[in-house]
Write a new protein. Structure first.
Lengths: 114, 113
């Protein structure tokens, strides 16, 4: 079964620090990989979408990288803010099938403290 | 911009009761989805609709029915609620051409007692 595994499960950092979240997947063949941010009590919101041919994609202080050969992705958050406290979800789409074939990771719960 | 709107936001049901979760999107998207989110698990697809008039089962469809009322609205019905259906439910929509982003509603927190 296609899987998406994220690490760490949770993370606490101080405001202003950087952090990197990891995503490993086994979905193959692979079309695209997405990172979502989910605030407590809200629905996920898209941060980045990368196709298999892209290595990096940025959205403000968020930078996602992708290594399709090793099936790994990372989300780097620069100069963290309290508002970055949320769950970050990695989502992978296979080459065949549409939006109904997305595989969601369980997320990394990030807490940014003063 | 409203995006994807779900109602209600919270609901408590007794075992055996029925209810319908409502979802509407104003982005003219063809595709709509219902997911459930449980602790320690990724979002799982319950049902989806690729276009108006079509619906298909996802990964966990048992105990649920859906209706794609029109292009805007996609409802999820629990005919006889069970405690195992206690979860947070999300509706989402996306375009159907190319690499499209999925937009999610705010979620419905359902507790079945």
């Amino acid at each position: 079964k296609n899987q998406v595994e994220q690490s760490p499960q949770s993370l606490i950092i101080l405001e202003g620090k950087n952090c990197t979240l990891q995503c490993n997947y086994t979905v193959s063949p692979f079309s695209n990989l997405r990172w979502y941010k989910q605030d407590t009590g809200r629905g996920p919101v898209s941060l980045t979408i990368m196709t298999f041919s892209e290595n990096t994609k940025s959205n403000g202080r968020y930078t996602a990288t992708l290594d399709a050969d090793t099936k790994q992705s990372s989300l780097h958050i620069t100069a963290s803010q309290l508002s970055d406290s949320a769950s970050y979800i990695c989502v992978v789409s296979p080459l065949t099938g549409g939006g109904n074939k997305l595989t969601f990771g369980t997320g990394t719960q990030l807490k940014v403290e003063l | 911009n409203a995006g994807v709107t779900q109602t209600p936001k919270f609901q408590v049901l007794k075992t055996g009761q029925s209810m319908t979760l409502q979802c509407a999107q104003d982005m003219n998207h063809n595709s709509m989805y219902w997911y459930r989110q449980d602790p320690g698990m990724g979002l799982r697809l319950i049902y989806y609709s690729a276009s108006e008039g079509t619906t298909d089962k996802g990964e966990v469809p048992n105990g649920y029915n859906v209706s794609r009322l029109n292009k805007r609205e996609f409802s999820l019905r629990l005919e006889s609620a069970a405690p195992s259906q206690t979860s947070v439910y999300f509706c989402a929509s996306s375009g159907s051409q190319g690499l499209t982003e999925a937009f999610f509603g705010q979620g419905t927190r359902l507790t079945v007692v």
